[in-house]
Design a protein around this ligand. Structure first.
Ligand SMILES: NC(=O)c1ccc[n+]([C@@H]2O[C@H](COP(=O)([O-])OP(=O)(O)OC[C@H]3O[C@@H](n4cnc5c(N)ncnc54)[C@H](O)[C@@H]3O)[C@@H](O)[C@H]2O)c1
Length: 353
């Protein structure tokens, strides 16, 4: 018997009702074990979002916490506000789901880590792909040793953002760009499966769109376990090879039957998102037949899974599947890639403990 079914719904307060905040509101509303107790957002449009969700609207966090007595908070504000919002929520000793990237920069993320430790409160970072069946399946396959030791990894993040995406000014300027906005998901995904990245090199180009931000980048990475990898990234290519377009986890994108990650190890190889496993039989070597096993999981909505995980973190003490340290380590890799693209050469990824 699942006793959880008989508990009161977990009371969740949402802060930030923009693009992703509205998605969270819908996912919380769809989870019978959760209750959306309020929405905090000073923007006028947020009142309408709150009304649609049947939740009270607040312009300010402290008043909302006092009025709604939440058990957990989802923070979906712009990156630069993640630190202040996190510290304000931690001051009330409330568990928190903070959107990715964990903070506007690594220095801010570093300040959030001891604050959470001091408050003794769990913080989950919104790298939602970790909650899907594909990443969890790949983690199990690699951790079980089915591909042996990882040796070589490739990731493709190639898609086409429509021209009007760039009508919004900040998306054309430094501080935006696909390294920070998109590659951060792929770096987190590959860290979750293969392990820590210790060193990077990168080149970037804005030759196609001509904006301040890059439209294309090529990245080399070294993993702490000795594996090497590459990422190819562009938001200006008419191509199908990206997680959004191949995983089936993002319903807004027409799905393509292609791969976007390959992980080759000493005893086997794995492609994602299809989870096809390649292994030799008794005899290994390039003259021998390589057998292919399809382990394709049913895609699930990782944002629904993330909300369910968050309520178990709040009520049942589950350890966050992506905590502050993980969010900060992913951001450290992204900052190293951005620096390598700017300055050239090889950049050591800053350790975060
Ligand atoms: N997990 C994902 O796939 C995903 C997707 C999109 C965005 N994000 C992340 O979510 C965050 C928000 O991105 P977005 O695209 O929804 O941005 P957005 O600009 O659409 O929405 C941000 C909202 O925060 C509100 N806000 C600003 N200051 C506030 C404050 N002090 N208190 C409460 N609300 C405030 C704004 O009014 C706005 O409605 C970013 O960190 C972004 O990187 C994650």
């Amino acid at each position: 018997m699942n006793l959880g079914e008989f508990e009161d719904p977990v009371r969740i307060l949402l802060v930030g009702a923009g693009l992703i905040g509205r998605v969270h509101a819908a996912r919380v509303a769809a989870d019978p074990a959760c209750r959306l107790v309020g929405i905090v957002d000073p923007a006028e449009a947020a009142a309408g979002v709150a009304a649609e969700c049947g939740a009270p609207h607040f312009a300010e966090l402290e008043a909302a916490i006092a009025a709604t007595r939440p058990e957990g908070v989802i923070l979906a504000t712009p990156n630069q506000l993640h630190e202040a919002g996190t510290l304000a929520v931690l001051a009330h000793r409330l568990p928190l789901l903070v959107e990715k990237p964990v903070a506007g920069d690594l220095a801010a993320a570093r300040r959030m880590i001891p604050a959470a430790r001091d408050a003794g409160v769990p913080v989950l970072v919104g790298h939602h792909r970790r909650h899907g069946s594909i990443v969890r399946g790949a983690q199990e396959i690699v951790a079980r040793g089915d591909i042996g030791a990882p040796v070589a990894v490739s990731g493709l993040t190639l898609f086409l953002k429509p021209d009007d995406y760039f009508d919004v000014g900040w998306r054309r300027r430094a501080g935006a760009g696909p390294i920070l906005i998109n590659l951060v998901h792929d770096v987190d995904l590959i860290r979750a499966i293969v392990g820590e990245i210790s060193e990077v090199q990168a080149i970037a180009s804005s030759a196609r769109r001509g904006f301040e931000v890059e439209d294309t980048a090529a990245v080399l990475v070294r993993f702490a376990n000795g594996a090497l990898g590459t990422f190819l990234l562009s938001d200006t290519t008419a191509a199908p090879w990206s997680w959004e377009m191949t995983s089936g986890e993002a319903p807004d994108y027409p799905r393509q039957s292609e791969h976007c990650f390959h992980i080759a190890g000493t005893r086997g190889a794995l492609s994602l998102p299809d989870l096809t496993l390649w292994r030799y039989g008794d005899r290994a070597g390039w003259w021998e037949p390589l057998a292919r096993t399809f382990l394709t999981p049913e895609p699930v909505d990782p944002l629904i899974e993330q909300v369910a995980h968050f309520r178990r973190v709040i009520r049942h003490g589950e350890t966050p599947r992506c905590g502050l340290l993980d969010g900060a380590r992913t951001l450290a890799v992204i900052e190293a890639i951005a620096r390598a693209a700017r300055e050239g050469g090889s950049v050591t990824v800053e350790a975060v403990d």
